[in-house]
Design a binder for this molecule. Structure first.
Ligand SMILES: Cc1cc2nc3c(=O)[nH]c(=O)nc-3n(C[C@H](O)[C@H](O)[C@H](O)COP(=O)(O)OP(=O)(O)OC[C@H]3O[C@@H](n4cnc5c(N)ncnc54)[C@H](O)[C@@H]3O)c2cc1C
Length: 389
């Protein structure tokens, strides 16, 4: 796609300039392996067994290397520096999933604080990020979202969780670090929105530091976004995404017999995403955004809208963001043209990020219809390099 004369997402030379031939060969092999349903089915279990038997390096040198920065912040420094060489920022994403306990929530909150400290005054790390379910019990979030009265012990969990939430937001404020709050399942999102709205009201007094996330695969979210922008006096930050939990959302709506919160089809999601992008950029005097997508049309639309609005490419109110190991053709070409780009760099112990890696593998399988694009781009670049030499 070539809408803006200066940018082409087909420019694989720019997209993969940071990859050696060996890196490309390895990535090609990995993306091809996602096409084996048997590997997708048994891979996560086998990966856990491999780690427990001391063969962690097998995972660490392959899929982990493609999609994660390291097992801890220190190990991510190489990825941060590599991205920074191409003008791309890092968003350290502590991606540990699993056990829900107060002990784990406390240590996760401490880790998020460390990512904020790391971002403080560091131009290579323009944002920090966290998931509210990493620090607050999801059953409590569900009850609060449904306005169901909490028991005494649940009230304590909620109070402790809120304290952790605001500690993180105030720490970001104190350190002048922009902070994304990820969006999650619809049945807990109301509680997350309320926390995020309160934090934005308190912290975003002179500029947007706290960003809530809006999932445009939900049919009610563009209206929510417009309402927030029209009725809130604080500076607002929004990360715009399509949404990651579609199958789960649809299945639950059927199971419990309520209206499916997801748009009727992909076209409606795309249309609301692009309209939301337009609305935010129109209101950029008050609204800062992160265009969080691997969609080429939406990314190019972001570029066009910035031009039409007369925003400088480097205006920090607009960032484009993709995940590490995905859509480098968007990230590196946008950054090459001097737009603000930051990659989510997930990290955590290998065994704890297996659920995250499994989602990346599924998303890039031909079952999900996505594999073609990443693999096609890698193939194009390999061929281009062969012809050049
Ligand atoms: C930087 C970044 C941050 C992210 N943060 C979050 C987050 O906080 N919360 C979150 O939920 N997700 C998050 N995501 C994931 C995101 O929501 C999408 O799942 C993912 O990026 C794929 O969508 P896309 O816009 O990249 O591209 P596309 O490939 O164009 O869109 C795929 C998406 O379209 C939607 N879709 C597909 N089929 C249909 C259908 N039949 N009907 C309706 N909608 C459909 C789904 O949302 C699907 O994921 C993030 C992604 C990025 C890149």
């Amino acid at each position: 796609m070539q809408v803006n004369s200066n940018i082409s997402f087909q420019d694989t030379a720019t997209a993969f300039a940071h990859k050696t031939d060996k890196d490309l060969g390895r990535a090609r092999l990995l993306f091809r392996s996602f096409d084996y349903p048997i590997l997708l089915k048994w891979g996560p279990g086998l990966a856990k067994i491999a780690v427990s038997l001391g063969f962690k390096f097998v995972i660490k040198d392959t899929i982990f290397k493609q999609f994660c920065g390291g097992e801890n912040i220190q190990e991510c420094i190489h990825a941060i520096q590599q991205l920074a060489k191409s003008g791309i920022g890092t968003i350290l994403d502590y991606s540990v999933e699993g056990e829900e306990s107060e002990l784990v929530f406390v240590s996760t909150a401490a880790e998020i604080i460390k990512t904020i400290d790391m971002a403080h005054g560091n131009a290579s790390i323009p944002f920090a990020v966290f998931k509210v379910t990493g620090i607050i019990d999801s059953h409590v979030l569900e009850k609060v979202s449904s306005n169901i009265e909490l028991s005494e012990s649940e009230q304590t969990l909620w109070d402790n969780g809120k304290a952790r939430f605001f500690d993180i937001c105030y720490h970001a404020q104190k350190n002048d670090v922009r902070l994304f709050i990820d969006a999650e399942e619809s049945w807990i999102q109301l509680a997350i929105d309320q926390l995020a709205e309160q934090a934005m009201g308190e912290v975003n007094t002179t500029k947007a530091l706290i960003y809530n996330t809006v999932q445009l695969y939900r049919h009610d979210r563009f209206a929510y976004l417009k309402d927030q922008i029209k009725t809130t006096s604080a500076f607002l930050g929004f990360k715009l995404v399509r949404g990651a939990y579609m199958e789960k959302e649809r299945a639950r709506a059927i199971e419990f017999g309520y209206q499916d919160p997801i748009q009727p089809n992909k076209e409606s999601t795309d249309s609301d995403y692009n309209e939301a992008l337009k609305f935010c950029i129109e209101n950029s005097d008050k609204v800062s955004i992160c265009v969080g997508t691997h969609n080429e049309n939406s990314s190019m639309l972001g570029v066009q809208l910035m031009t039409e609005k007369g925003l400088d490419k480097t205006d920090t109110r607009v960032y484009f963001s993709q995940l590490l190991g995905m859509s480098d053709h968007i990230s590196f070409n946008l950054s090459h043209s001097k737009y603000n780009v930051a990659k989510y760099v997930p990290y955590g112990p290998v065994n704890a990020v297996i659920p995250y890696l499994t989602r990346r593998a599924q998303e890039n399988s031909s079952v999900a219809g996505q594999m073609g694009r990443e693999l096609g781009l890698i193939d194009t670049e390999i061929k281009r390099r062969r012809n050049e030499s």
